[in-house]
Design a binder for this molecule. Structure first.
Ligand code: ADP
Ligand code: MG
Length: 680
């Protein structure tokens, strides 16, 4: 027998290889797998007879294989061509390089296929369709309905996840126990957990999916609020943080040496932080400010103060690229003061980092570096990107550092205070004075060449005085950076260099480059030896090149608004007019409208609010996993749900401060609480 907390490999159908792959997605237990929810659904609900098929429509068709051929083309490619028939007609199914299909799609096999009806050799066909062999006892989960599409990783497809999740849901169903009080479910008209999990993966229609999502969002927000209340109680009891006495004179000298003046908002945030770290209670503060508002320097000033007081600091970044940039920026800033920085990622490590006053790195540093008791300050940049790894921060908790989290997720103060009752919030609500709004344009296919011409001219002209640089962001093909995304970046880099923008210096950046290659490319971009950096969306987070003035985003419609805003934030970081070009082939009014909001709104929180209002059910997970504060189901801008869960959390704790009477709920809350053992 297995249960939600069992490791995934207790299931006979999941071996060590898949266990490892699942781990990459943060999935360790069977429960994690069930909570790995689709970020969208493929709508294959329309089931059609073959003679009714229209080109361009997305449908499912049920029939029998009547022919299968492996074909070798003259160019040496392998092509699979099958015929599918029902009582009304026949249609071709085409695949490439999947010779193994010959042993599966044997003539006579009953099959459902799903996909877009296209033309192949001037006749209607399905090209690389989803397919599902029909037997009386199979689950039928890949076609003929709303089909879940999951965040994937290389070697682990949505099809695989779907199949496993379907089996687990079926077998485990009686074990999925409700832990929310029945009165709440009733009052808010929420489905029970069992039903919600079933429907979020395999909904009958969008309405069912939305109702399931609401239940999961309610659960998530309630747990966050209860956990925050627990943590606050625990924190109030602690009094052994390092008291960091700020050397005001040196700090003032450092600030004076900066090439710019701090904004008032930065000064305010800094003084709030300095006020906290002076005390013997650990700081737990969230520094929130829109992309480009200048959070890093505030963090560096706090590091500087900590360092002068004789304590150590750690700065965590979510990606290697960002970590390496922080490493360089901070080294440059602190070097004149004789402060040296250690650097740790999963692939590079400064020797004896324990000897350095400051360590910068990715979460890898949590596992291969153990700071001493003199750890004074822990800074987590882009904290919403950490998700699961954030738990690893646990390993540092016994050192009781002051903790500063930074995020560009726009959270209005009221929401922050409600949702994270235990966090103090500093807002940088003002941009540095020199900034101009980034001009944003939607570029349709017919304007593509003109846009390249404009970019080229812009770069060539700027060379005479102050060189300007360009990012070209390749389509976001899957939820995580997979080979497909990297391949498209590679191809785009070749194409642009050869045919489109010859004579300019191009660089290529993606997550699969070796660290040394990555740093080399970034260093060249920094030194302006590269005019145009072709990159996967990996540059999305945090990086800072003030002379980059144009960002061109391919297939912009595939990104969520929050993510596009993050990407746009890569330009407009200096005093030059910057531009964001959103390329799209879409002609759908809905898609263009959505992109248009970027041309209308400049600030992250305006976009977030609009996004929430407009987001259709079909893509309701579209942006959430990128823009939220590690929220999986809920949306921080759903103020009304936040308020409701807040008042319910307060009520629950008033009746039962330790949640003794709902032990299942209590367990969930404790699992969410980063300092859980201190409250027992
Ligand atoms: P984010 O808040 O997105 O992390 P950064 O901290 O990377 O933004 O800052 C963006 C850019 O703005 C950096 O190049 C930084 O040096 C610069 N910057 C920060 N503060 C100011 C300021 N007060 N005036 C002018 N430029 C600033
Ligand atoms: Mg930043």
């Amino acid at each position: 027998m297995f249960e939600l907390s069992s490791k995934v490999d207790t299931l006979a159908m999941i071996g060590p290889v898949y266990r490892k792959l699942l781990e990459k997605l943060g999935i360790n237990t069977i429960g994690d797998l069930l909570y790995h929810v689709p970020f969208r659904y493929e709508n294959y609900s329309l089931v059609s007879k073959i003679n009714q098929l229209q080109p361009g429509e997305t449908v499912s068709v049920h029939g029998r294989i009547t022919d299968f051929k492996n074909i070798y083309t003259r160019t040496g490619k392998k092509l699979q061509k099958a015929k599918l028939s029902d009582e009304t007609g026949e249609i071709s199914l085409i695949w490439f390089n999947q010779t193994f299909l010959s042993s599966i799609l044997i003539p006579g096999t009953e099959l459902t296929v799903a996909g877009e009806v296209k033309f192949y050799e001037r006749r209607l066909a399905f090209i690389v369709p989803q397919y599902e062999i029909y037997t009386n006892n199979s689950l039928h989960i890949h076609t003929a309905g709303l089909i879940p599409v999951y965040p994937e990783t290389k070697g682990l497809t949505s099809k695989w996840l779907r199949a496993k999740i379907a089996v687990i849901l079926k077998r485990l169903n009686p074990e999925i126990r409700e832990f929310l009080p029945p009165t709440l479910l009733e009052a808010y008209n929420l489905p029970v957990l069992k039903e919600a999990l079933g429907n979020i993966h395999f909904p009958k229609d969008y309405k069912q999916a939305e109702s399931a999502r609401r239940r999961m969002a309610f659960e998530e927000l309630l747990i966050i609020q209860l956990a925050a209340a627990f943590r606050k109680k625990a924190l109030d009891r602690q009094s052994n943080a390092k008291m960091i006495t700020v050397d005001e004179k040196s700090l003032a000298a450092f600030i004076k040496s900066l090439p710019f003046q701090l904004t008032r908002a930065q000064e305010r945030a800094l003084s709030e932080i300095l006020g906290d770290i002076k005390r013997d209670k650990p700081m737990l503060r969230l520094l929130s400010g829109d992309v480009g508002s200048g959070k890093t320097i505030v963090a560096v000033l706090a590091v500087f103060a900590t360092c002068l007081a004789g304590y150590k600091s750690i700065l965590l970044a979510p990606t290697e690229i960002l970590a390496s940039q922080h490493y360089r920026t901070i080294s440059k800033l602190l070097d004149p003061w004789g402060i040296k920085i250690a650097y740790i990622t999963s692939r590079e490590k400064t020797a004896r980092p324990e000897d350095y006053p400051v360590t910068v790195g990715t979460h890898a540093l949590l596992y291969n570096y153990s700071p001493g008791n003199d750890l004074g300050l822990l800074i987590i940049d882009e904290q919403h990107r950490f998700g699961v790894e954030q738990r690893a921060v646990l390993s540092l908790k016994n050192k009781q550092p002051h903790v500063l989290s930074m995020t560009a997720t726009p959270i209005p103060r009221t929401i922050g205070m409600t949702l994270f009752a235990d966090l103090d919030l500093s807002l940088i609500d003002e941009m540095p004075r020199n900034r101009l709004a980034v001009k944003t344009y939607i570029v349709k296919t017919e304007k593509r060449e003109a846009a390249y011409g404009w970019i080229k001219e812009k770069i060539l002209k700027s060379r005479h005085n102050s060189p300007e640089q360009v990012f070209i962001i390749c389509p976001f093909i899957e939820a995580s950076e997979t080979l497909a995304t990297v391949k498209s970046a590679n191809e785009e880099y070749d194409r642009l260099g050869k045919d489109v923008l010859p004579g300019l210096n191009l660089g290529l950046l993606h997550g699969r480059l070796k660290p040394a290659e990555k740093s080399a490319v970034l260093a060249k971009f920094q030194n302006k030896e590269i005019d145009i950096l072709v990159a996967t969306p990996i540059v999305e987070v945090g990086i800072d090149f003030p002379s980059a003035t144009v960002i061109l985003i391919e297939a912009a419609d595939r990104f969520g608004l929050a993510q596009l805003h993050q990407l746009r934030g890569r330009v407009g970081r200096g005093n030059l007019q910057s531009y964001c070009l959103l390329f799209t082939e879409s002609r759908e009014a809905k898609v263009l409208d959505r992109l248009n909001t970027l041309t209308r709104f400049r600030q992250g929180h305006e976009l977030a609010e609009y996004d929430l209002k407009m987001r259709g059910p079909g893509e309701f997970f579209g942006t959430r996993q990128h823009g939220g504060l590690g929220l999986k189901f809920a949306d921080f801008s759903d103020l009304s749900l936040i308020k409701k869960t807040r008042s319910e959390a307060v009520k629950l704790l008033k009746q039962d401060p330790e949640l003794k009477s709902s032990s299942l709920l209590r367990d969930k809350v404790l699992a969410y609480t980063i300092i859980k053992d201190t409250i027992d």
